[in-house]
Ligand binder design. Structure first.
Ligand code: ARG
Ligand code: ZN
Length: 385
């Protein structure tokens, strides 16, 4: 479990934080590493005692006073401060990652490696954990994060927002949005709370782009079972972007929102991507190929089979003419490309055409049931290290 306690000077984008990690040692440990980049560490403790630490790039090696036995429970606290520096990742050269300031407000978008610029973690998609976020901001700012808003504490000139993510979550999906919002709430299917964070001044036409989320949730629920978490919604950044991100239970969008296909895509990731998440980054087609294919299935549902067939044909022709490579990328730059999205989706379609609809959807349900709340991987060549 990560408890991330932050006091945020929003105007200066300065953090004063303590992250507390509770964990089990899987083997005897004389030392262990956390991923953490940039911010100044002021103190580290393990089980209540100060611990030595050494930093090298984003690796922080912590040496507790006493070695830890296999199976030992440990509580690690890391106190830190400073201004987070955006992470540059070759998987997404076009977006700075992690905690970042925008002209009005602050937000976190991390996939794949950005989480390490604002809290120390085992920043690997396979090591999922539950989270508590306690974020103190000056008034009148509000804070949205993953999960459920469990408490709001008023301290005069500031407010502390406490958010709880009680289901396992990969570090790359952790998000915090700080700004001034119109919060729109509603009851979703099956008692799931919907809460959307729209920056003040968001036009009605942008909010309307998310209006069909309840029907989309119903569509996914009928095929795979209930929405996997306690709440869902979207948070919009104060700037336009060319992308969105499936931050768990609170999808992140640019200020203009997105079209219906992309809204479906990000919602769908809650089942495939967030509940079932990739064991390694090389498995990212299990996120993007599935989300892309289900966008097409939503089109089949809403526009009919001819529209769906035309989309598949067009995607397939594009893959052939551009000689798009296999779904398992061989380098980071291949993570978010037509290989993982369109070829991933066409791979699922090839399976459907081979085994027929009934077996195909049974396979997907079995896959979901088997790996929900955990991680999945693709057989094949060993991951590139
Ligand atoms: N997983 C995102 C999607 O739904 C990919 C967006 C790429 N941007 C990023 N910061 N990783 O397609
Ligand atoms: Zn996606």
């Amino acid at each position: 479990h990560y408890t991330i306690d932050l006091t945020v000077d929003v105007a200066r984008n300065m953090l004063d934080g303590v992250t507390t990690i509770t964990a089990h040692a899987m083997q005897p440990l004389s030392a262990f590493n956390l991923d953490f980049s940039g911010l100044t560490i002021t103190r580290v403790t393990v089980n209540g005692q100060s611990a030595d630490y050494r930093r090298q790039g984003s690796e922080t090696t912590i040496t507790p006073l006493q070695p830890l036995a296999a199976g030992a429970r440990l509580t690690v606290t890391v106190a830190y401060r400073g201004e987070p520096q955006p992470i540059r990742d070759p998987g997404v050269p076009f977006v700075p990652l992690g905690w970042q300031r925008f002209e009005q407000g602050i937000a976190v978008v991390s996939e794949p490696s950005g989480a390490m610029n604002w809290f120390p973690s085992n920043n690997h998609p396979a090591d999922k954990a539950t989270f508590t976020f306690r974020v103190q901001v000056p008034k009148p700012y509000q804070v949205a994060a993953n999960g459920v808003l469990a408490d709001t504490q008023d301290a005069g000139s500031s407010t502390t927002f406490v958010w709880q993510m009680t289901d396992p979550m990969a570090t790359y999906l952790a998000t915090v949005h700080i700004g001034r919002y119109e919060v729109v709430t509603a009851d979703g299917p099956g008692g799931v709370t919907l809460r959307h964070y729209f920056p003040l001044g968001t036009p009605d036409t942008v909010e309307a782009r998310f209006a069909r989320i309840p029907q989309m949730m119903q569509f996914m629920t009928e095929r795979f079972g209930p929405y996997p978490f306690d709440a869902y919604g979207v948070a919009l950044l104060p700037v336009s972007t060319g992308w969105a991100l499936e931050t768990q239970t609170l999808s992140t969008y640019g200020a203009d929102g997105a079209d219906e296909a992309e809204v479906f895509h990000e919602l769908m990731h809650e089942w495939f991507g967030n509940s079932v998440s990739p064991a390694t980054w090389q498995d990212v087609w299990l996120n993007e190929g599935f989300a892309t294919y289900f966008q097409w299935l939503w089109q089949e549902e809403t526009e009919g089979r001819p529209a769906f067939d035309a989309t598949v044909q067009q995607a397939y022709a594009g893959l052939v003419s551009r000689r798009v490579g296999p779904v398992l990328p061989q380098q980071p730059a291949g993570m978010f490309t037509a290989a993982t999205y369109q070829r991933g989706a066409c791979t699922l379609h090839a399976l459907r055409l081979t085994v027929g609809d009934a077996v195909f959807f049974q396979i997907l349900r079995t896959y979901y049931e088997r790996f929900a709340g955990g991680v999945a991987s693709t057989g094949g060549p060993a991951p590139v290290r």
